[in-house]
Write a protein that binds this ligand. Structure first.
Ligand code: RNT
Ligand code: ZN
Length: 410
């Protein structure tokens, strides 16, 4: 700890601040992005794919919630849970995406309240017969396009109602898979229709609109949309800026060697806010479990350097079906929290000052010194304060939960 005080950093304050940054836990790692709709389980539809068949995936909402309670007991700090629309629980009747309302998520809302956590939301524009040809909001089929516009509007109403139930905003993130495997004959029309659809979605008047904070998520390519994705970075960056929406940056949605860290200061010079999807691409948008690695550290380094904590929302987005899913959650959530804490322990002002003074060598020297600081000690303190197991202990709890609960699922 003294090593940080010597640098002018108060580690206790850093820990307290790090614990307060909300991390939104994606519900879809629990069941390999299968969803709860009858006949769904189409994890590989719509440009994304969960690979692996490790036993123990959650098979219904109750198992998901049970798993989340275990996960929440092993991760320090403030968390939210991020629900996708196809995790609706309408009971015996079936409800299609265009007709969903808050009542279909009441179990989630009640559960969140019991856990004292807030929810975020996502419309699900994939894993559906009307998304089978790869186009939703940008579809040339007017019936299909309208169906998804209705779903978008429904999602905003649900998010706002969730916001009302929890007494604070609910982030509603829109991602569509729309794109083509091979060379398009027309790159223009789908983009024009995509903008038109979003304009229709956001024009609809909904109750408690202020409690629904909409974000839009670009992507460079996906499985089956290798050549063309209508909702590219340029498209959504321009859309979000001109329509005052949050822009979502997913760490896996760019060229394989392109990071998002450098984009943060550029975008926040103009945008009001960003939603960050922490993820880990390996050679493609593979959604590996997030680690406390250079790209993740770099993202939160930039947020800290710009003191932009209030302008970013942090959410996780990955799904690995090849390992214990509780551990997959815990590793990624803890890694994200570590990266937040690491940034809060960084003397950003001093680094900026050294740059201003043209002291390039001193700047590099300080950066190198930071890497050998006793970060682990502060992290253990962070876990202790939050009342969760330390780095050597939590995996044992995940193992015993696997033995007792997960191994019994078929
Ligand atoms: C897909 C996007 C999107 C999804 C989730 C399930 O490439 O990253 O965020 O992963 O909506
Ligand atoms: Zn994402």
């Amino acid at each position: 700890m003294k090593a940080y005080s010597d640098l002018g950093i108060d580690p206790v304050k850093a820990v307290e601040a790090a614990l307060r940054v909300p991390i939104s836990i994606h519900c879809w790692q629990a069941d390999d992005v299968a969803g709860l709709e009858a006949g769904s389980g189409v994890a590989d539809s719509g440009g994304i794919k969960a690979t692996g068949n490790y036993p123990g995936r959650a098979r219904h909402g109750d198992e998901m919630r049970m798993d989340f309670e275990k996960v929440l007991s092993l991760v320090p700090g403030v968390h939210r849970v991020n629900i996708h629309a196809f995790y609706a629980e309408p009971g015996k009747k079936k409800v299609d995406r265009d007709a969903m309302d808050l009542s279909h998520f009441q179990t989630w809302v009640d559960w969140a309240k019991s856990q004292k956590i807030a929810l975020d939301f996502n419309p699900t524009y994939f894993a559906h017969a009307k998304a089978a040809d790869g186009f939703t909001l940008s579809s040339a089929d007017e019936g299909v396009r309208k169906f998804w516009v209705k779903h978008g509007i429904a999602s905003r109403k649900i998010a706002a109602a969730m916001g009302k139930a929890q007494g604070g905003v609910c982030v509603n993130n829109h991602w569509v898979p729309d794109g083509l495997k091979d060379l398009p004959g027309d790159r223009w029309s789908p983009r024009a229709r995509l903008a038109k659809s979003y304009d229709e979605i956001f024009a609809a008047k909904i109750p408690d609109e202020k409690l629904c904070l909409d974000a839009v998520e670009p992507k460079l390519f996906g499985i089956g949309s290798e050549e063309y994705v209508a909702g590219s970075m340029e498209f959504y960056s321009s859309y979000a800026l001109s329509r005052k929406k949050l822009l979502c940056l997913d760490m896996g949605h760019f060229h394989p060697t392109e990071g998002i860290a450098d984009k943060i200061s550029a975008l926040l010079t103009f945008h009001e806010g960003l939603l960050l999807h922490t993820s880990r691409p390996i050679r493609w948008d593979s959604d590996h479990v997030v680690l406390f690695d250079d790209p993740t550290r770099a993202v939160f380094h930039e947020v800290g350097a710009g003191q932009a904590w209030s302008q970013v929302k942090v959410a996780l987005d990955y799904f690995d079906a090849s390992i214990n899913r509780i551990a997959a959650y815990v590793i990624g959530i803890r890694a994200t929290r570590k990266a937040i804490l690491y940034s809060l322990l960084t003397p950003h002002r001093e680094l900026a000052q050294l740059q201003k003074e043209g002291k390039g060598a001193q700047r590099l020297a300080l950066m190198e010194r930071l890497k050998v600081m006793p970060f682990g000690e502060v992290w253990e303190e962070c876990c202790k304060r939050a009342g969760v197991p330390g780095e050597a202990q939590w995996i044992k709890e995940a193992e015993s939960y696997e033995k007792k609960v997960l191994a019994k699922r078929s």
